[in-house]
Design a protein around this ligand. Structure first.
Ligand SMILES: Cc1cc2nc3c(=O)[nH]c(=O)nc-3n(C[C@H](O)[C@H](O)[C@H](O)COP(=O)(O)OP(=O)(O)OC[C@H]3O[C@@H](n4cnc5c(N)ncnc54)[C@H](O)[C@@H]3O)c2cc1C
Length: 430
């Protein structure tokens, strides 16, 4: 930690209203919003290339983020870059498929591969008046004021030069391994993830399940099939770790076997696989306090890096950045009470905290319990339960949209009165 008195040791010193570390989803979102609010923003990114992007990401952005993407003006440019919109995912259950009705008001999800999304967001942020995009600068230290509040960062451009940036607020948007959090001594809360994952993309694949994408919760394993940009289909598997040896012996063969056995799975015989398998064998959940110290806020994965299975991370990155800027832009612009503004961001972040607590349990990959099975079975034939399940899955409302006594009772009663082997008609969305 560099103290304010050591500024003369650096080559350059610059003042801003806010410094954001990391020009990916969370950082670019925050920079764009702060810039539009008239603030002077330093957006610091260690990668030099404008094309730099995260490769280990499934990029399916849940419908709960739709409003924020529209409000920030990102939705349309994403569509113009080829993003695919998904209005109704079919969910397989042993009792039939769940597909929300087209008129059920579930906000749409969107998918644009990170190779296109990241440069697009960086382009939007970097061209926003007031935003100084500093590519090729890695944050290597923090600056503290006399009271111990975080008051800036020290960056290195890879040579001997150091730049000191100062601002009343530093935002760590630097991902799940957050350097900013480590330098600030922020505690990290890790939880295990008992699944691993691999996916690939196909040209010319045919989906056979209902809806405009499918999810298979298969006991402890999960699989997905999602349309993405350039007319490609993404097929992903999330097996429980007990199956790792199978994938270690021959990953491609194990993947192909897994997909071939999916009920109503995609037809890939005439399709061309256009990428290698992408994935990881271990991705623990990480959580940190989003407002850990005066003068410091964390957004996106730096605050909450969740299990990839429910595909929440990109949405959390967009949304936490929007909540932070909503809470603090005015205080920063008018010299107001930034501490109080950060408390307001902390409160907004509870939405993510609640889902993260549930997500950590899901990441243990236990077989579904009786209640989970009842809800899924009920959702096959009961549009009320199906809608609430979809709102929950899309993170489009508080968890209580699904997890409340009324829905649970309705699911349990519905399952008890349903005749065995009855398979109700599926209504594909969209
Ligand atoms: C296997 C996998 C699949 C996933 N699939 C999905 C999915 O389908 N849908 C979904 O919503 N989410 C998914 N996620 C989660 C998603 O990838 C993350 O939640 C999202 O990338 C978080 O964005 P971010 O901006 O917070 O961080 P990141 O995208 O990680 O960006 C961090 C940025 O900070 C920069 N940086 C880091 N350190 C420094 C430093 N010291 N100085 C300067 N810059 C620095 C990095 O270069 C990078 O640009 C997946 C994650 C994994 C691992």
């Amino acid at each position: 930690m560099t103290e304010g008195t050591h500024v003369e040791a650096a080559e350059t010193a610059m003042d801003y209203d806010v410094i954001i570390v990391g020009a990916s989803i969370a950082g670019c979102t925050a920079a764009t919003a702060y810039g539009r609010a008239g603030l002077r923003v330093a957006l610091v990114e260690r990668h030099r290339s404008p094309q730099a992007h995260k490769t280990l990401c499934g990029h399916f952005v849940l419908g709960g983020t739709h409003d924020v993407l529209r409000r920030l003006g990102f939705w349309q440019p994403m569509l113009e870059h080829g993003a695919t919109v998904t209005t109704g995912l079919g969910v397989w259950t042993g009792s039939g498929w769940i597909v929300p009705r087209p008129d059920s008001g579930i906000p749409p999800a969107i998918s644009l591969r990170r190779r296109k999304l990241d440069p697009l967001l960086r382009e939007i942020a970097g061209s926003t008046p007031g935003v100084h995009l500093m590519r090729g600068h890695r944050v290597v230290d923090l600056v503290e004021d006399a009271a111990g509040a975080v008051a800036g960062v020290v960056t290195s451009d890879g040579g001997t030069g150091r730049t000191i940036l100062r601002a009343p607020l530093v935002v760590g948007a630097d991902g799940h391994r957050s350097t900013v959090a480590r330098l600030a001594g922020v505690a990290e809360d890790r939880a295990p993830n008992e699944r691993f994952l691999f996916w690939t993309y196909y040209a010319g694949a045919t989906m056979n399940g209902p809806g405009d994408g499918q999810v298979w919760p298969l006991g402890q394993d999960v699989a997905v099939c999602i349309p993405v940009d350039d007319g490609l289909t993404q097929v992903g598997v999330f097996p429980v770790k007990d199956r790792l040896p199978e994938f270690t012996t021959d990953r491609t063969a194990a993947f192909d076997r897994f997909v071939a056995r999916l009920p109503d799975g995609p037809s890939l015989a005439g399709a061309r696989q256009v990428s290698n398998l992408v994935g990881t064998t271990d991705y623990p959940c990480v959580r940190r306090d989003p407002t850990p110290r005066p003068g410091l806020a964390l957004i996106g994965d730096a605050a909450t890096a969740s299990d990839p299975v429910p595909a929440v991370g990109c949405g959390w990155a967009f949304r936490s950045a929007a909540w932070l800027t909503d809470a603090t832009a005015e205080a920063l612009a008018r010299g107001g009470n930034v501490r109080q503004a950060l408390r307001s961001y902390r409160r907004a972040h509870r939405f993510i905290d609640k889902y993260d607590a549930l997500g950590r349990k899901e990441a243990l990959a236990k077989p579904p319990d009786a209640l989970q099975r009842a809800v899924r079975t009920a959702a096959v034939s009961d549009p009320y339960v199906a809608r609430r399940l979809a709102m929950f899955a899309m993170r489009a409302a508080e968890p209580s949209v699904l997890l409340n006594p009324m829905v649970m009772a309705r699911a349990l009663i519905g399952v008890r009165v349903r005749r065995p082997r009855e398979t109700p008609p599926v209504v594909p969305a969209g």
